[in-house]
Design a protein around this ligand. Structure first.
Ligand code: MTE
Ligand code: CO
Length: 416
């Protein structure tokens, strides 16, 4: 059964009600396996190679899974599952844990029958097989993909108890594919072309208009993620990669690219994926995902079990380039300290940050604030609401607050 945020909150309340002090997990193992004894796993031969021809995580990690929120959507075919950010580290999302967002279920495509069409304002309309795509010069790029609706439930106040649910519509993997500019050059872009229509082969036929300048800049037609072929749920056998832009334009199961001189005003860029502003007007084509960050640990699904030296960890990303700096606050934004960015800090990819502290059991209001290389500073939720109102769904990049309580439990809250 999927564990919903509600069931978690109930359990946490029970723990607190029972007066549990610091929720240090009791030793649940077998004392016979502890030093100085020789443990079970040393007394017997282990499994041989290729017992599992495709490797799986340890059975002890079975809780590290995508989860969904069942009341959020009416059907599972047009729905979303969330990345368990609180269980991960570094910047690469394991393929099997990448959140999924489909509007018409997962298209099951036989790679033999796969075709990609380029037509419209081109000199030479073309149809590519998957084998054709793989023969073109290729590149590898690590990028985040964030759904425009990530944190969309939080506009009117703290809703969901866990960064998996508040921020888990983001993943970051390495893509292998052909630069879209190479394919478009092959077809020959006519001088009056300004826009590109991308269409998916799924039952939703996801269709979006993308400015040609972006298509020629850094987009890819990708067929691999993290080295292996795309997973079915991520668009097998080919998807569009649109670095830094809202996830919706990263069309999966890509079947058609059409060049034109104006946008097509498809359903997903008129009735959906527009931002209803405070004035009552809707803002259209908000493509770029602004800088955002979240503390992944501690967080409601990753409470603190021990006092003393504590590593606060999180992710920051920006659709406008690299992350320059992340600040962390322990007191709801009154005082800030600079976090350490660790590992690769890449263009339009997530960056991992750490901040160390001595936790003595005091209440903390944890926040993180991302600053990108353009100098853009992640706003507070209130600053965002002043411009955007509360009728929006998409593009909520406000600063997240976690309340760490003396018992180590963590709750999604807001400070004003
Ligand atoms: N492409 C097609 N063909 N159909 C879809 O439903 N969903 C879009 C986009 N591309 C979608 C699609 C949305 S809203 C998002 S956020 C991303 O795919 C999600 O990509 P993921 O499932 O790899 O996380
Ligand atoms: Co989306």
């Amino acid at each position: 059964m999927d564990e919903t945020p509600e069931t978690r909150t109930t359990r946490r309340r029970l723990l607190t009600a029972a007066g549990a002090a610091l929720a240090t997990p009791a030793f649940a193992g077998n004392p016979k396996n502890l030093p100085p004894n020789v443990p079970d796993w040393t007394r017997q031969l282990g499994d041989g190679v290729a017992v599992r021809p495709y490797g799986q995580p340890s059975k002890h990690e079975a809780h590290v899974i995508r989860r969904d929120v069942q009341w959020l959507t009416a059907s599972r075919e047009s729905s979303v599952s969330f990345t368990p950010l609180h269980e991960l580290d570094g910047i690469i999302t394991p393929s099997g844990l990448c959140f999924e967002r489909h509007h018409g279920g997962i298209a099951e495509i036989d790679p033999e029958d796969y075709r990609l069409i380029i037509h419209g304002l081109v000199e030479k309309p073309l149809i590519f097989t998957l084998a054709d795509l793989k023969r073109f010069p290729r590149v590898n790029r690590i990028h985040f993909l964030e759904c425009a609706a990530n944190s969309g439930m939080e506009w009117r106040g703290a809703q969901l108890n866990g960064c998996q649910y508040t921020h888990g519509m983001v993943h970051c993997v390495e893509y292998t594919g052909v630069p879209l500019s190479v394919l478009l050059k092959e077809a020959g872009v006519k001088p009056n072309a300004r826009w590109l229509l991308a269409e998916g082969a799924d039952s939703a036929a996801m269709t979006r208009s993308i400015p040609l300048a972006k298509a020629l800049d850094d987009c890819l037609v990708a067929y691999r993620m993290n080295g292996e072929m795309l997973r079915p749920e991520q668009g097998y056998p080919a998807r569009l990669v649109v670095p830094g832009w809202e996830g919706n334009v990263w069309v999966k199961w890509l079947r058609r690219l059409k060049l034109g001189d104006e946008p097509w005003f498809a359903r997903e860029e008129t009735s959906k994926y527009t931002d209803l502003m405070e004035s009552g007007k809707a803002r259209q084509f908000t493509f770029v995902m602004d800088a955002k960050s979240v503390i992944t640990s501690p967080s409601p699904q990753a409470p603190l079990h021990q006092k003393g030296f504590t590593v606060i960890s999180g992710l920051a990303w920006s659709g406008r380039g690299k992350i320059r700096r992340v600040d962390v606050s322990l007191d709801g934004g009154r005082n800030w300290r600079e976090a350490t960015l660790d590992g690769l800090v890449l263009d339009k990819a997530v960056s991992r940050f750490y901040a160390e502290t001595e936790w003595t059991g005091q209440e903390m209001l944890l926040q993180s604030r991302a600053i990108d290389e353009t100098g853009y500073v992640q706003p507070t939720k209130d600053e965002l609401r002043k411009i955007r109102g509360v009728s929006s769904i998409y593009h909520n990049n406000g600063i997240q607050t976690w309340l760490v309580k003396p018992d180590g439990e963590v709750e999604n809250v807001e400070v004003s």
